[in-house]
Design a protein around this ligand. Structure first.
Ligand code: UD1
Length: 360
């Protein structure tokens, strides 16, 4: 059996690292890796391949940045050719990016089964690009691998009952695999930070960073939080956020924050492990904070990881300076870390086994 695995953006490289490795080690199928090129900067892409040991993709589609429709369309066209040329038996896609949906559509049109890893996540607003991508991808997938029981329930509610599996989260597998490296990494010392006395923040969602008012509020909130709690705020800047800070002339608002370029997985996890807590609008980082037993302030209207907010561990806030400061102060208080929500660290093996059985 030959399976094409499609990646394109940072969170997908992280998920592919282990699923691809397990598939190769078990000689489960011929695993052909394709990179759409949605993320292309060295520190948005190459660094993940190098440090996570992901082999060079066989195809690079060179999609790059653009409007959502054109990005999806070029990845779709290019993927159709790859799927035909490779005579693929199935397509493996991860998460909710434009790359995910493009690949899934190309496969569906060719009648090729789709395996969706991180299926069943649902959140508001329904118009969010990632929500559109994940809902449509699930709709046309044959095998849906879910991180949590909530994700399984979401699919069942939509009438998706066939091919739905609870596997756990491959990001947890990866966290456990590389944990020893986070602990020995000298990232903190190199950045001049004191363990426990800084907050790690990331911002990249369109609704937070594409509008001047909300980006201003987020940066102002982080600045006030740093002053009020006497913690440094470290903000590795996604290129979209960096461009918008310049476009809206917000450099002064951000001047007391520690701004750095995007960083790789191991450095980011090393920082999360030693930070006081995390503030983010990233889906993956909300869970990774929990794996590192850190609380997390989530600047989003909703989250796909409600297990973490419903129990009060993660705190959902709107993009206002006041809410960010309040959320940050709350996150400084210790809480009871919920246990074993996203599996046992063996999700990748389970996924490979399920695919072998389901597609046999
Ligand atoms: C995408 C995913 C999101 C995921 C995120 C992880 C979609 C709709 N969203 O969002 O689910 O959480 O990746 O980071 O697919 N850019 C660069 N260099 C790069 C990549 C991007 O400069 O290597 C800039 C470009 O200006 C681009 C912008 O960042 O237009 C946004 O990139 P894009 O891939 O469209 O979306 P993300 O915000 O990264």
């Amino acid at each position: 059996m030959k399976i094409i695995s499609l990646v394109g953006a940072r969170p997908q490289f992280i998920k592919e690292a282990l699923v691809g490795e397990v598939a190769r080690n078990m000689q489960a199928w011929e695993h052909v890796l394709v990179h759409s090129g949605q993320h292309y900067d060295v520190n948005m892409s190459d660094v993940f391949f190098q440090e996570l040991g992901i082999p060079e993709p066989k195809y690079h589609l060179g999609v790059g940045s653009g409007l959502h429709g054109s990005m999806t369309a070029s990845a779709l066209t290019a993927m159709e050719n790859v799927l035909i040329e490779e005579r693929a038996d199935a397509l493996l896609v991860y998460g909710d990016t434009n790359t995910t949906l493009a690949g899934a559509l190309a496969a569906a049109k060719l009648g090729i089964p789709i395996i969706h890893v991180e299926a069943g996540i649902r959140m508001e607003p329904k118009t969010m690009p990632e929500e559109i991508n994940r809902v449509l991808t699930d709709r046309i997938s044959s095998v849906m691998c879910c991180c949590s029981t909530l994700a399984v329930e979401n699919l069942l509610k939509e009438g998706l009952t066939q091919g739905v599996y609870l596997t756990g989260d491959v990001m947890y597998d990866l966290f456990l695999r590389f944990k020893h490296l986070f602990e020995s990494r000298e990232t903190i010392t190199n950045l001049g930070l004191e363990p426990g006395r800084f907050i790690i923040a990331t911002l990249h969602r369109d609704y937070n960073v594409d509008k001047q008012e909300s980006l201003h509020e987020c940066l102002h909130g982080l600045t006030c939080l740093a002053e009020e709690t006497n913690h440094k705020v470290l903000l590795p800047l996604h290129p979209r956020t960096r461009k918008n800070i310049e476009k809206f002339n917000l450099q002064t608002v951000a001047r007391t924050l520690n701004l750095i370029n995007p960083i790789g997985y191991i450095d980011l996890m090393a920082l999360v492990q030693t930070a006081a807590f995390v503030i983010t609008d990233s889906g993956g980082l909300q869970k990774e904070a929990y794996y590192a037993k850190k609380r997390c302030v989530v600047i989003m209207p909703d989250t796909g990881w409600r297990e973490l907010t419903d129990c009060g561990w993660n705190i959902l806030v709107e993009p206002s300076a006041k809410a960010i400061v309040q959320g940050g102060i709350e996150a400084l208080a210790s809480g009871h870390t919920p246990e074993n929500i996203y599996g046992d660290g063996k999700a990748a093996e389970r996924i490979v086994q399920i695919v072998l059985e389901d597609l046999a």
